[in-house]
Design a protein around this ligand. Structure first.
Ligand code: FE2
Length: 312
């Protein structure tokens, strides 16, 4: 097993024009808790997660992915990673420094090969969290993030070389080739995945629910409220997790999931799944058929924030 410097996915930060609508959706409908707020910015926590926040919303005229944040083991690991990236010619957006957000900590930002802003941090104080109760249909924690990339192999190589991510499984389509690469940075099957898309953008953010009952209750709440369903409910083959994908008010895809597979990294060998076989898309057979329109909904808009760090 590799000696990784990063440990896990911490949060995903979004900028949106209709801030009030987005804030209302993520708190009242999706089930996150606002923990800190200022004019045009809100930090949203999951009640079951020790992370200070798992989503940050920021008001801007442009919709964009502000950043994706990963944790590192220690301040020394943050420094080591910044040094390693800098030496390899990766462009840093900020040097390692104390973080001004809740829980403090120490971190820096850089641009990945496609221009997304990535933050690495350590030493952030845990938030006081709690056990999610039976039938309580709010997210326990952030599960994973999926990014669109026109050249998934190039993006995969960057994350393997610079951040020690490892490939867990690949989805292929007979006419398209590789359509999804599941990448792990700990025993969880994937904390990040790279989808083949027409441009660089956010594909989806996934939130883990307590169990299948809570996941179905959450899914039902959104359906009853008329939230656009992209795909689901179902259970994937790769990763073995349940899925229900919806669109947020700005057209970002977001997912409720449960029971994502945990791997023994020492013995795991990646598999290739042909997604033209329905059972590889959905073991249950309950989800709407995965058609071209379904995949197109998660291409998202062209992101104007590439190689451009968010102002905060
Ligand atoms: Fe997912």
């Amino acid at each position: 097993m590799t000696d990784r410097l990063i440990t896990h996915l911490r949060h995903v930060d979004l900028a949106v024009p209709d801030f009030d609508k987005q804030r209302a959706f993520y708190t009242e409908m999706w089930g996150l808790t606002p923990v800190a707020e200022d004019k045009g910015i809100v930090f949203l926590a999951a009640e079951g997660s020790p992370e200070q926040y798992i989503v940050r919303l920021r008001k801007d005229t442009d919709k964009r992915l502000d950043l994706i944040a990963y944790g590192a083991g220690s301040r020394a690991d943050v420094d080591a990673l910044a040094q390693r990236l800098g030496t390899a010619g990766v462009q840093l957006a900020t040097e390692p420094d104390t973080l001004a957000t809740a829980g403090g900590g120490y971190g820096f930002r850089f641009f990945d090969v496609d221009g997304r802003t990535i933050e690495i941090s350590a030493d952030v104080t845990d938030r006081k969290h709690r056990k999610i109760e039976e039938r309580e249909s709010i997210p326990v924690r952030l599960s994973h993030v999926v990014i669109n990339s026109p050249d998934p192999s190039r993006t995969q190589a960057f994350y393997e070389e610079h951040l020690d991510f490892a490939l867990s499984d690949t989805l292929v389509h007979p006419h398209v080739g590789d359509v999804m690469k599941f990448m792990r940075c700990n025993p969880q099957h994937h904390s990040m995945a790279i989808a083949k898309g027409p441009h660089v953008s956010l594909h989806h953010i996934s939130f883990e629910m307590r169990g299948v009952d809570e996941y179905m209750r959450g899914t039902g709440r959104l359906l009853r409220a008329g939230t656009p369903l992209v795909w689901g409910p179902g259970r994937h083959a790769a990763g073995d997790n349940t899925f229900a994908y919806f669109l947020d008010p700005h057209g970002n895809t977001i997912e409720y999931t449960t029971e994502l597979e945990m791997l023994d990294e020492d013995t795991w060998h990646p598999s290739i799944y042909d997604v033209s076989l329905p059972e590889n898309q959905d073991q249950w057979g309950t989800a709407n058929p995965f058609e071209e329109l379904v995949s197109k909904q998660s291409f998202n808009d062209v992101d104007p924030g590439l190689f451009l760090a968010p102002p905060i």
